[in-house]
Design a protein around this ligand. Structure first.
Ligand SMILES: Cc1cc2nc3c(=O)[nH]c(=O)nc-3n(C[C@H](O)[C@H](O)[C@H](O)COP(=O)(O)OP(=O)(O)OC[C@H]3O[C@@H](n4cnc5c(N)ncnc54)[C@H](O)[C@@H]3O)c2cc1C
Length: 885
């Protein structure tokens, strides 16, 4: 999601000029240790501790591709006194041995695709022009092979999305693959996805070019300087605006005891990042795993200008290297490396290859190029690379420590995305908030939880994370490892009801329920109807027509209390949340520039006690948003009460009758948006009349120790008399999508404004003191008035044909021309087709109702166009009559 006015670089087309394919590149292969001469040219005159400054504005720790890129971009945007400290030599960690693949094809994330495109442009054009130093980019092309139906379907979706992002990806035939890479076996190839100017970079040259650029812009680079710790303080010395509730960075300590004062520290310590972060309480759950490639002896037939070929069905990428071929592997299950501690002296290191484990993968991979089978192996290389629990990088300001930033956990695409990561983080550091032109919700460090750094968790998850690299990314896939880390107190009862559980931020949560006597299992993952489709439909209909029970205990819940709690939350919230006691308020939280930070409810339980409820994925984001804005003298106390309350949602037109049968409270006299304690059995329960599915419904917050008791009463009475049905998250997803309810982190993010998301109704412009971001919202309103409307608006999309499924990344077209991607989608069992949300943007003119109605809209799903309805208002119950029934 890129927005021109705010972050213009992001929409610049990538790669206007390309580095010529020179002999030098053949010699300086990515696996050569060619650092020494470049380090002399670029780094060593600043080496030596005697030249170290006493203070700096920013200290970057780590001189791999990422640290170098961060230092370069910080210096380039004008930050002064930036220094980079590298423990040993530049590139000596992971960077020196990377294969250097640069493929802009392959991701359904706009952020990742942006980073790839920008990085390619940086290596191929920007750095050589700016520094005169060749970053070693070779535009030899890249081909992704589709050798089975699911991959073909998936890559067609990805290709459409990547084209929307400006990547020139072409679907080519097996014969065309053969023309470009004649040794490739193509009998089983269904298609290739070819990007002509993708290719490979030399990681060492790219790092040295970044370092040269950093120095040209004024940064200083020091090798042989190991940072042993970070100094912190609660006292504001540099920036009065920073909160004093959280500590802040004051500098670094070196292994020789020397200290350097600093306003900002950036942890770019690669696979050491977790243990380095731990020294000051920063949670970074990345973990190194073994990662392999094999280089064959010389093969006369190989032409070094052949493209990179990737065959994920055989776990391999193949490219020319040193006169022969390189076979790089991503096996289905990786092997962790040094879970307890990464050795501090591991430099330019290699790991002894495990031939027994990797042999079968290698054999299968080499079948893609049969001529390679009888060629000798020059090198079977194994090096460590760090992976994260969700295969996305760790970027941004640490929630635990102000002015401590992190860029680590690159999941084997650190060279490919390194430029983009550096650019985004530099902007983040300069502004003190994430750039509004890039969706950072999927890469933000604050999405992780402390338990994910446990050795047992890392050891198990890292193997799956590496294995995910080449798996088909089915939309409903859920991780298989580290299951059972968190369980609702209702878990065993839900299991007895035949729940199929998925991992929801670590919580075991029902996705759907199988009928009694049927095994709750996914028989075959797919992009369409799976075996559980009928169960899902029944749960959906039960909620629309009767009453359904959802266990939502994973929701993030915070008690915010104290004399200043109301005014504090009111300032953060677009809506007035400090009104009557017993009022639930749906609201947004914005940053000062008016961009979305959170989407949640705030309930006023008493004059000085509030409950904030947010989605599971935004747990630490919401908590940190509050802490960073809390003055130390404010009478406000924030407690995370997520585990203290189980949450049961009873939703559907019969929910009131069921609840009335269980409580002495008068549920007829319990209006929408009302919250009150009610009795159920022996328990006192906070009951909120609110919905996320578009029906009459209630959310019950039950002290965890009484939740089983309350659940049993609800189920016994509900099943006997009211046809109560258990429902899972798939039903929640389809119900909310029909009503076009938003979900921050999925269909809305930090690049959007409250008005663009159609949530302007939450803004109370007249409340005393206003709210954070009000100036920007008012300015946007004025601008829209002049323009005749907003140029960017969220719409709901309903596919008219009941057959196809739509997913994130499919393309919404107007008159056959791609307009934007579908941000999130589900299947509307009531509306009768796939339904989703999208953000339409026009360059000059407003997105109005009449412009939408005049359009001929289709959705491109894997290359096929399906007519669809596009609407600004929810298609299901647009006047919300069912909710207020
Ligand atoms: C076999 C293999 C093939 C790969 N192929 C590709 C590819 O084709 N394309 C791609 O994009 N990626 C590839 N990668 C991944 C890529 O190499 C990494 O993602 C990338 O190098 C990570 O860069 P980094 O800067 O985060 O880490 P590093 O390069 O490890 O840099 C971290 C630096 O921090 C320093 N450091 C640590 N602690 C301290 C301290 N306390 N004080 C000072 N300095 C410290 C270290 O010495 C190190 O130099 C591959 C990886 C492997 C193993």
């Amino acid at each position: 999601m890129m927005r021109q006015p705010v972050f213009p670089r992001l929409i610049r087309s990538s790669c206007q000029k390309k580095s010529p394919f020179t002999n030098k590149h053949n010699r300086a292969s990515s696996i050569c240790r060619c650092f020494s001469s470049t380090a002399e040219n670029n780094g060593s005159q600043e080496s030596g501790k005697k030249n170290l400054p006493e203070s700096a504005s920013v200290v970057v720790v780590g001189g791999g591709i990422i640290g170098s890129s961060v230092a370069y971009h910080l210096a380039k945007i004008g930050m002064e006194d930036v220094i980079l400290l590298e423990r040993d030599k530049l590139t000596s960690g992971t960077t020196w041995h990377a294969a250097g693949l640069i493929n802009t094809f392959g991701s359904l994330s706009s952020t990742s695709t942006y980073m790839r495109k920008y990085t390619k442009e940086l290596y191929s054009t920007i750095l050589p022009e700016e520094t005169g130093y060749d970053a070693g980019y070779m535009p030899i092309g890249f081909i992704e092979l589709a050798c089975d139906r699911d991959r073909l379907h998936y890559y067609r979706r990805v290709a459409a999305f990547n084209r929307l992002c400006g990547v020139d990806v072409r679907e080519i035939s097996a014969d065309q693959v053969k023309e470009k890479f004649p040794l490739c076996e193509t009998k089983d190839v269904l298609a290739g996805f070819y990007v002509p100017d993708d290719g490979r970079a030399n990681p060492t040259d790219a790092t040295m070019a970044l370092v040269k650029g950093a120095k040209l812009h004024g940064a200083k680079i020091f090798e042989g300087v190991s940072v042993s710790g970070v100094t912190t303080s609660y006292v504001s010395e540099f920036n009065e605006k920073l909160s004093t509730v959280l500590p802040r960075v004051t500098g670094v300590t070196l292994s020789n005891g020397h200290q350097i004062e600093a306003k900002v520290v950036v942890n770019c310590a690669g696979m050491w990042a977790r243990q380095f972060g731990e020294k000051c309480g920063v949670n970074i759950p990345n973990q190194a795993a073994e990662h392999y490639y094999l280089i064959t002896d010389k093969m006369d037939e190989v032409d070094p200008s052949w493209p990179v070929v990737e065959d994920s069905s055989r776990c391999v990428y193949i490219r020319p290297e040193g006169g022969g071929l390189m076979f790089g592997l991503f096996e289905w299950c990786g092997e962790p490396w040094n879970v307890n501690k990464i050795p501090g002296d591991f430099s330019f290191g290699e790991i002894e290859p495990d031939w027994d484990r990797m042999g079968p993968y290698l054999e299968d991979a080499m079948m893609r190029v049969p001529a390679s089978i009888n060629v000798g192996a020059k090198k079977f290389f194994c090096g460590p690379e760090s992976f994260t629990p969700d295969n996305c990088p760790v970027v941004g300001e640490a929630p635990e420590l102000q002015n401590y930033y992190v860029a680590a956990g690159l999941n084997s695409i650190g060279i490919l995305t390194g430029g983009g990561i550096g650019q985004i983080l530099a902007e983040w550091i300069q502004n003190g908030s994430a750039p509004s032109g890039v969706d950072v919700t999927g890469i933000n460090i604050n999405r992780f939880h402390k338990y994910q750094s446990n050795p047992a968790y890392r050891a198990e998850r890292v193997g799956e994370a590496l294995g995910n690299t080449y798996r088909v990314h089915y939309p409903d896939h859920t991780p298989k490892t580290c299951r059972g880390a968190k369980k609702s107190v209702l878990h065993d009862r839900l299991m007895q009801k035949n729940a199929y559980f998925r991992d929801v931020s670590g919580w075991e949560s029902p996705s759907w329920f199988a009928p009694a006597g049927t095994q709750p299992a996914v028989e075959q993952e797919s992009f369409g109807r799976e075996n559980w489709f009928p169960y899902w439909e029944e749960e959906h209909r039960a909620c629309r027509e009767g009453v359904a029970l959802f266990d939502m205990s994973f929701m993030s819940k915070f008690a915010v209390q104290g004399d200043d709690a109301g005014s504090f939350l009111n300032f953060l919230s677009t809506a007035n949340v400090d009104d009557e006691v017993g009022r639930i308020t749906y609201t947004q939280w914005l940053n000062v520039d008016g961009y979305m930070e959170a989407d949640l409810t705030v309930t006023k339980l008493s004059h000085n006690k509030f409950m904030v409820v947010a989605t599971d994925t935004m747990h630490n984001h919401v908590l940190t948003h509050m802490k960073r804005r809390l003055a130390s003298d404010a009478h406000v106390f924030i407690s995370d009460v997520t585990g203290a309350y189980a949450q049961i949602n009873l939703q559907g037109p019969r929910s009131r009758d069921l609840l009335q049968a269980l409580t002495s409270a008068d549920m007829q006299d319990f209006p929408f948006r009302n919250a009150a304690e009610i009795d159920i059995g022996y328990a006192r329960v906070i009951c909120m009349r609110i919905t996320y599915v578009g029906e009459l419904g209630y959310e019950l917050f039950i002290p965890a120790e009484q939740a089983q008791h309350v659940y049993d009463l609800i189920v016994e009475r509900g099943e006997e008399e009211f046809g109560l049905r258990h429902a899972g998250l798939r039903a929640l997803g389809s119900l909310r999508m029909e009503k076009a309810y938003r979900d921050y982190g999925h269909d809305m993010d930090n690049t959007d404004t409250v008005l663009e998301c159609g949530l302007g109704f939450t803004c109370d412009y007249d409340k005393p003191g206003g709210f954070m971001g009000i100036g920007a919202v008012l300015a946007e309103k004025t601008g829209a008035k002049i323009m005749g409307g907003l140029t960017r608006r969220m719409v709901q999309v309903l596919v008219q044909d009941p057959e196809p499924f739509m997913h994130h990344g499919d393309i919404l077209c107007r008159g056959g021309t791609p307009a934007c991607e579908i941000r999130a989608a589900s299947f509307g069992h009531t509306l009768g087709g796939a339904v989703g949300l999208a953000m339409i943007e026009r360059q000059e003119d407003p997105v109005t109702k009449s412009w939408i109605n005049d359009g001929d809209w289709t959705v491109n799903i894997a290359g096929n166009a399906f007519p669809c309805t596009v609407s600004l208002a929810p298609i299901y119950d647009p006047n919300s009559e069912r909710i207020r029934a």
